[in-house]
Design a protein around this ligand. Structure first.
Ligand code: HEM
Length: 456
């Protein structure tokens, strides 16, 4: 059995060039290491050591088979906890399990089916607001798609209309995730208590987020008191009504704040990024866009998607899955071993930090021939069956797999369908599209498009 210290990777003496490569382009940094050293790479960064894994069997082992021995890595999780507190995304053990069990029923198939009409209504209303762009100057559609994602998440998860605060939320979350991502990827971090300009900005943004989140909680608590027997309509109702089986206590405002802030950010940030990439991919692959339009015409015939018609938008769903492969919003996630373990040929000491980079996972030609090519048919059922499950890591895997995976896919199919039914978007070819691996992988300068009415 080999020690992970013997795993291939750059030498500690190359720290300076590694740090430069990391700050220049985080994605290419990890991709380069994978290409140079293979499926297990040891990355010595100052006093820290990361192990990059990309073999689907290794992912399956850490995330699913022996998941009880792996928690979120403290190195990264402390930054998430700073912004989100103790929530479904950031906690471990019994607390995590309790919250997962509480939230899970709101994401079951039949519960999601009840959200279709709200998703459609919010999206149609927001898309109508794009009309002033018709036949006008180019604009950044990524911003407008982010607003749709915030409004859809707020309506369907918390039952509130976020519109008066959408711009405020978008701005505050932008500062929080950018700041968090910068801190997570810096090797030397100052404590957040030191009032640097960046830390001050993050604190102000968190205050704004808190105002919005506590407002949502107040509004819904008041409704619950008035109308406590109303049917359970969303995940926030479940959280508000939950009682500790031993003490009978409900969740405190702080506990609720952490869950609501988590659902608000996790529930829109990745989806928004992926909607932008999907719009750009369709704009630059006219044959795929034509197939989507043909499917929309055939299945929907000009009507909005419904619970009945949505599952028949097969090709549009494949477009979404392929977009999520090429540009996985969660481009990196992490785990840390608790007890000593073995992984393949390697002995794993306690507190080993593993990094999973779906960006790499999805560019392995073993499972994805000609990986840079945009080909939605990679997600035909036979093709999916022919690959190991963990060759696709967009939503993670195992018990901590994304709780909102089907919610996100459903929302994306709905938004793309309604957007293309109304508009024809032309991507501005001269506008550079670069990668910004922040918390979600976003197009750095947005996606500039011009807008025309779609032919009926
Ligand atoms: C395209 C959109 C999305 C992507 C790519 C994505 C990706 C992920 C990934 C990779 C994880 C697992 C992280 C890990 O194992 O460390 C995760 C967890 C999570 N996601 Fe998503 N997500 C998306 C949308 C959503 C939506 C719409 C919601 C809520 C409605 C959501 C809520 C969560 C939560 C609460 C967790 C933590 C689950 C747990 O630990 O039990 N996500 N997501």
């Amino acid at each position: 059995m080999k020690s992970l210290r013997e795993a291939p990777g750059p030498k500690a003496t190359q720290l300076f060039s590694m740090l430069r490569a990391l700050s220049r382009n985080r994605l290419r940094f990890f991709e380069g290491l994978w290409r140079d050293y293979g499926e297990v790479v040891r990355i010595p960064l100052a006093n820290k050591q990361l192990i990059l894994i990309s073999n689907p069997e290794h992912l399956e082992y850490v995330l699913r088979k022996n998941y009880l021995n792996y928690r979120k890595a403290a190195l990264f999780n402390k930054e998430r906890i700073y912004a989100l507190g103790g929530s479904l995304l950031t906690t471990e053990g019994p607390h995590w399990l309790k919250q997962r069990k509480l939230a899970q029923p709101a994401f079951k198939k039949d519960a999601l089916a009840q959200l279709v009409d709200d998703m459609v209504a919010v999206t149609v209303r927001d898309l109508e607001g794009w009309a002033p762009h018709l036949d006008g100057a180019p604009f950044d559609v990524a911003e407008d798609l982010t607003a749709i994602a915030i409004n859809v998440a707020s309506k369907t998860l918390f039952g509130v209309d976020m519109r008066p605060a959408t711009a405020k939320v978008r701005e505050a979350v932008g500062v929080i995730v950018r700041g968090g991502a910068e801190r997570m990827s810096s090797v030397f971090r100052l404590p957040v208590a030191i009032p640097t300009p960046r830390h001050q900005r993050i604190k102000r943004a968190l205050k704004t987020l808190d105002e919005v989140v506590y407002g949502v909680i107040r509004e819904r608590r008041a409704e619950e008191q008035r109308d406590g027997d109303a049917p359970e309509r969303d995940v926030l109702t479940r959280l508000l009504r939950a009682q500790d089986p031993e003490t009978g206590a409900s969740m405190s405002d702080t506990e609720l704040r952490d869950e609501v802030a988590t659902f608000l950010i996790a529930g829109h940030e990745s989806t928004a990024a992926s909607l932008a990439w999907t719009t750009w991919l369709l704009g630059t692959h006219p044959e795929a866009e034509a197939r989507v339009r043909a499917e929309l015409a055939e299945v929907l015939g000009g009507e909005a998607p419904t619970v009945e018609t949505l599952p028949r938008l097969d090709y549009t769903r494949r477009v979404v899955m392929e977009s999520l492969r090429l540009y996985p919003p969660s481009w990196l996630f992490d785990r840390e071993s608790i007890e000593a373990d073995t992984l393949g040929d390697y002995a794993v000491p306690p507190r080993t930090v593993f990094c999973v980079v779906p960006w790499i996972q999805h560019r392995d030609p073993t499972w994805w021939p000609d990986p840079e090519r945009f080909d939605p048919d990679r997600f035909l059922p036979e093709a999916i069956k022919a690959r190991p499950t963990f060759s696709y890591a967009t939503f993670g895997g195992g018990p901590r797999r994304c709780i909102g995976d089907e919610f996100a896919i459903m929302e994306m199919v709905i938004v793309i369908a309604l957007m293309l039914q109304r508009y024809r978007l032309s991507v501005v070819a001269e506008h550079p599209v670069e990668l910004l691996p922040s918390i979600a992988l976003r197009p750095l300068h947005g996606v500039q498009v011009t807008l025309a009415r779609a032919e009926p």
